[in-house]
Design a protein around this ligand. Structure first.
Ligand code: C2O
Ligand code: CU
Length: 487
């Protein structure tokens, strides 16, 4: 089976690089303090974008995409594509309700767009290559939107994503709640995997075979742009918020935290009404989680772990833990940490009888020697003369959608501009609470989601494995009236 071979590739290289550490990456955090509003809490782990706007409710930033070289792992630096010369790109942070203006300049030698994954903004600002004319080399584009929801989100290229995203064009977004729960510290971890040669060059891309069939899996785990594990310290008695963004091309893993009492406090779509104890959650390409983390009294370290399927030389598959971040428990707080007070959150009901239910069948096959992935039998590609308009919906009318995958690879399925909740897997009700914009549909599985369609417009739906979406597994849907121009 292909997955086994890929897994052994991953495993072998991780062993080689297993001892590579990367040290602390301390963000300077802070954000623009204003006379009227308290400053945004600092989020450690990434460099924040500088806010150029004097208006306290506007965040105005500059992003430039260009090629650069960065030290991802020990040894030679790696040639990457980066936003503001950083991988991940700088942290965009704002307060819910803020206007965000991003002056984007494309200094790559190829066109690109930026998609704001999870932001329920106007379809005109969404970076969808089905709507936005790609930003050509040397050109600029100003993204201008109001951030409607608090949460942990991310941004990434939405063109030639197989290569552009693997090469580094992704970054994190934090939209802070209006009533801020207080923490000892807030941190962000962006998980990725990258495939490097022994010379630390990004390995050549293939256009067929397992890399396309399963999606490209790396041989090196990255956290915030450095080989895992990231190292940091956490004081005894601390209550921290750890935000996690999964920015892999294809790899999915389980997440757990050792040495701490940890709770899941948020999913893709923001805070949960009721946090729950973290045993393990599944992170597929595009997913986010926030955790509340309290080191256990006798713990010497708190470890964020990825549970990854690996194969040995005989092809026996097992799941192994890999350390993503190791926090040494060190020092005491001067005063006991304040208990975070979470704002009251009500999620839309999951037990409504939806007006409509429908199926999106995720499939694929070989057509004229080329792998092609489809939704309900249709493949779409950026630049196609005709859009595949999969379905139209009425704003505010929830619809139950059953995503079914009849072929073996998993599909982390993403709906732009909307949130949904997960109702069932294989027809059986599940408890995977929280709003999502991306759901992992495993091979040979059906997943039923209830999507609320609150945001009108023309929206992409696609598998978040770029190798699948860009080989056909993408389509558009229409919600209510759209101002989208057709091209
Ligand atoms: Cu994060 Cu259309 O994707
Ligand atoms: Cu897929």
């Amino acid at each position: 089976m292909r997955s086994l071979r890929l897994s052994s590739v991953l495993f072998g290289a991780l062993c080689l690089l297993g001892s590579v550490g990367c040290g602390d990456e301390a963000g300077t955090g802070g954000g623009g303090g204003t006379p009227e509003l308290p400053p945004l809490p600092s989020v450690e782990g990434l460099v924040p974008l500088e806010d150029l706007s004097p208006d306290p409710t506007t965040v105005e930033v500059e992003l430039v995409a260009r090629e650069t070289t960065l030290p991802l792992v020990d040894g030679p630096e790696t040639k990457v594509l980066a936003y503001n010369d950083l991988v991940p790109g700088p942290l965009l942070h704002a307060r819910v309700g803020d206007r965000v203006i991003v002056h984007f300049t494309n200094e790559l030698d190829e066109p690109t767009t930026i998609h704001w994954h999870g932001l329920r903004i106007s379809d005109q600002m969404d970076g969808s290559p089905m709507i936005q004319a790609p930003v050509q080399p040397g050109e600029t584009f100003t993204y201008d939107f109001v951030v409607p929801d608090a949460g942990t989100l991310w941004y990434h290229t939405h063109l030639h994503q197989i290569e552009q995203q693997e090469r580094g064009l992704y970054g994190a977004i934090v939209v802070h709640e209006a009533e801020l729960p207080t923490f000892t510290s807030e941190r962000i971890f962006v998980g990725d995997d990258i495939r490097l040669t022994s010379q630390n060059v990004i390995s050549p891309f293939k256009s067929s075979g397992p890399d396309i069939g399963m999606g490209r899996v790396g041989n090196t785990l990255l956290v915030n742009g450095h080989a895992a594990p990231m190292t940091l310290t956490i004081p005894r008695g601390a209550i921290e918020r750890w935000r996690f963004v999964m920015s892999t091309n294809a790899l999915a893993y389980g997440l757990r935290i050792r040495g701490a009492d940890a709770k899941v406090i948020a999913t893709d779509g923001g805070l949960l009404p009721e946090p729950f104890a973290l045993e393990r959650v599944e992170a597929a390409a595009g997913n986010r989680y926030d955790f509340e983390v309290r080191p256990q009294a006798d713990a010497t370290e708190v470890v964020l772990e990825a549970m990854i399927l690996v194969a040995d030389a005989q092809g026996n598959v097992s799941e192994e833990p890999f350390e993503l971040a190791v926090a040494k428990v060190e020092g005491e707080l001067e005063a006991p940490a304040e208990e975070p007070v979470y704002p009251a959150v009500t999620l839309p009901a999951v037990d409504v009888t939806p007006a409509e239910s429908l199926e999106w069948d995720l499939s694929g096959g070989v057509v004229l020697g080329q792998v092609e992935f489809t939704i309900n039998g249709q493949a779409a590609h950026v630049g196609d003369a005709d859009h595949v308009m999969l379905d139209t919906f009425t704003k505010g009318v929830p619809v139950a959608i059953t995503l079914s995958s009849n072929v073996s690879p998993a599909h982390p399925f993403h709906v732009h501009g909307q949130f949904f909740q997960i109702l069932a897997r294989d027809g059986k009700p599940v408890s995977e609470p929280g709003l999502r914009d991306t759901v992992h549909v495993r091979g040979d599985e059906t997943v039923t989601i209830l999507s609320y369609f609150e945001n009108p417009g023309q929206w992409m739906v696609h598998c978040h494995i770029a190798e699948h979406s860009e080989n056909g597994m993408m389509a558009d849907i229409m919600v209510g009236e759209s101002s989208a121009h057709q091209h």
